[in-house]
Design a protein. Structure first.
Length: 606
């Protein structure tokens, strides 16, 4: 799983970190240390020093597999630009120092056995600025990835336009963005690794368009330098602004990964995104639907809300292997109440989107599963990736409802919910939803527009909390038991109404008594549901999903309603007349007509 790393401060970077024998950040000695020699990372404070383009390629690719492409492309001086030093002299100096002809190295390589196209920028070459040759080499690399169907890994560093090439340098941004857009349409994985510093139109262009954005700890990131941002605002910025940690907190990147673990995580992500296998049915058989034991609706409500009940993360840890979590909506922030990522379910790569209540200290952070707008937008982003890579989507529902505070209104909670449901309604990939706890109102429905909807035995699905309904209807919270029963919110009720497709049995007494058994039961029915919809063509799948929800509801025309009302009144009148006739007969001493069987016997004797 991708882990967040502690914040790192920025320190001066020497021309050659290899010559250091003491950390400039913490003062620790690391002369001869193997970790520093290989990764240029302080073994004490984990500060990450700059790498050259070649060093980064060597660290992140399988040994001996890198083959450079377009090495013959060299920069020229299109404007005959000159300040105190001519552009040609600056290029010659950079080439002499770095051993490169331009500030980016591109080529093909294997990463954990997966072939990929890589592009690595070198900050030592004129500060990682982008001119025509750099833009062309990155564009050619992206086009190669598109043509060959290979993942594209961009190792970003620097990114400002090279002023010596004027507006021609600026135009490289549009060229790279347009090429990456085509890469996405082809369904090709694109991963960006951000190293310090990353800014300018590299960040505002292709680097921010990646399916997965990873940064090293302490990386300086920002569209404009911090000094420029302070001049624009007229006041000092927060200490942690323009850092990887700041960007993660605000939903702009997916993860911060230590350089020592970076290759291993890239290998896992490429394995998942390049996965070519699908579950198939070896033997056509149906799992028997388990019948739930009778229990009062209010008891189900209490079990669904039990503080020790398994959360989405508990189930993910038990049934989804090699889970890689995504963070952020790329617009405003991240939301702990919604978890998204990819992993293996029964050996098949799936996209997981889950509402998370949290446990212990995490309950406050997760707001008991009440998602912000950015949580739903993060879910939308995960769905788009699932559609791009043709991954099935599995959602876990566990929320009392969407967050109803002022912040949610300001950030567009209604739009986020409707957008999520709209996207699910015609997403061209299989969707299976599981209500594992509380399915509260629109917040739950937003992630439940699925081909198959499953429900744990003691879960609930309701448009309103029973307590709120009791107060609205009776102004009496003590009648919550009665209201809970009337709402028909249990799994048995929902299955009878056709709202859900299957009921998942729980251990006796509730899922909180045995997490492993609950996960086992959930997995077996979840896999069965996935198999049911897996082999269906996308268009058919979407049409069936539409029809599934189109027919939901209980309604009538005015004429039909009037007719039903008249029939009921007639039956009621007939019942009253029969009762009156019986009373009169008893009063006159005529007795009550014998039952049909006794009448037959009486006739036979006569």
């Amino acid at each position: 799983m991708l882990k967040e790393m502690p914040e790192q401060g920025a320190v001066p970077v020497p021309d050659s970190a290899a010559d250091l024998d003491r950390c400039l950040n913490c003062g620790a000695e690391f002369a001869g240390d193997l970790v520093f020699r290989r990764y240029r990372v302080c073994p004490s404070c984990r500060h990450h020093y700059n790498l050259t383009a070649a060093e980064r390629v060597e660290l992140l690719t399988d040994p001996g597999t890198f083959h450079e492409t377009n090495a013959s492309l060299v920069p020229i001086d299109p404007l005959s630009f000159s300040d105190s030093v001519t552009y040609e002299d600056r290029l010659a100096q950079a080439q002499n120092v770095t051993g490169l002809v331009e500030g980016v190295v591109t080529g093909t390589a294997f990463i954990g056995g997966n072939e990929a196209v890589v592009a690595s920028l070198d900050y030592g070459f004129m500060g990682g600025t982008i001119g025509s040759a750099v833009g062309e080499k990155i564009t050619l690399a992206a086009e190669m990835a598109q043509q060959r169907g290979l993942p594209f890994v961009l190792m970003a560093c620097g990114g400002a336009p090279r002023m010596q090439e004027g507006v021609l340098a600026l135009m490289q941004m549009a060229k790279m963005v347009a090429t990456v857009k085509r890469l996405h349409k082809k369904g090709t994985p694109f991963i960006t690794v951000l190293a310090s510093p990353t800014s300018g139109h590299l960040l505002a262009g292709p680097a921010s368009m990646a399916d997965l954005i990873i940064a090293e700890p302490g990386t300086l990131i920002g569209f404009a330098p911090k000094r420029v941002a302070e001049e624009a605002t007229g006041k000092p910025l927060p200490k942690d602004s323009h850092t990887a940690e700041f960007y993660l907190q605000h939903g702009m990147i997916d993860a911060i990964i230590d350089r020592q673990r970076l290759k291993r995580n890239l290998e896992l992500v490429l394995d998942l995104l390049s996965f070519k296998f699908r579950l198939t049915i070896a033997k056509r058989a149906r799992l028997r639907q388990m019948e739930s034991l009778d229990a009062p609706a209010w008891k189900r409500v209490q079990l669904a809300r039990h503080a020790s009940r398994p959360t989405s993360r508990d189930y993910i840890e038990r049934i989804v292997s090699n889970f890689v979590e995504f963070h952020g909506d790329r617009l405003y922030g991240d939301d702990a109440a919604v978890v998204s990522g990819i992993g293996y379910l029964a050996g098949e790569a799936v996209m997981v989107i889950a509402q998370e209540r949290g446990r212990g200290d995490d309950v406050t952070k997760c707001r008991e599963g009440r998602a912000y707008p950015e949580g739903y937008r993060k879910a939308q982003r995960a769905m788009q990736l699932a559609a791009k890579f043709k991954l099935p989507v599995v959602t876990f529902i566990d929320t009392p409802g969407a967050y109803a505070g002022l912040q949610a209104e300001e950030r567009g909670i209604a739009s986020a919910i409707s957008g999520t449901m709209s996207m699910m309604s015609d997403l061209p990939t299989p969707i299976v939803s599981v209500i594992i706890g509380e399915g509260g109102s629109e917040g739950a429905l937003a992630l439940s527009v699925a081909d198959r909807v499953l429900m744990m035995e003691n879960a609930i699905y309701t448009p309103i909390a029973p307590e709120a309904a009791a107060w609205i209807l009776f102004r009496d919270p003590q009648r919550v038991h009665e209201v809970a029963s009337s709402l028909k919110l249990t799994a048995v009720d929902c299955r009878a109404m056709g709202i859900i497709d299957s009921l998942i049995p729980e251990p006796e007494g509730g899922a909180h008594l045995d997490f492993d058994e609950s996960a086992r039961q959930l997995e077996r029915l979840l896999v069965q549901a996935l198999l049911d919809v897996q082999m269906t063509f996308s268009r058919t799948l979407v049409n069936r999903r539409y029809k599934k929800f189109r027919k939901m509801g209980n309604y009538s025309t005015y004429f039909e309603a009037a007719l039903v009302k008249e029939v009921r009144q007639t039956r009621q009148t007939q019942s009253i007349a029969a009762n009156v006739k019986d009373v009169i007969a008893r009063a006159l001493g005529r007795g009550v007509p014998p039952p049909p069987v006794e009448e037959v016997r009486r006739r036979r004797t006569t």
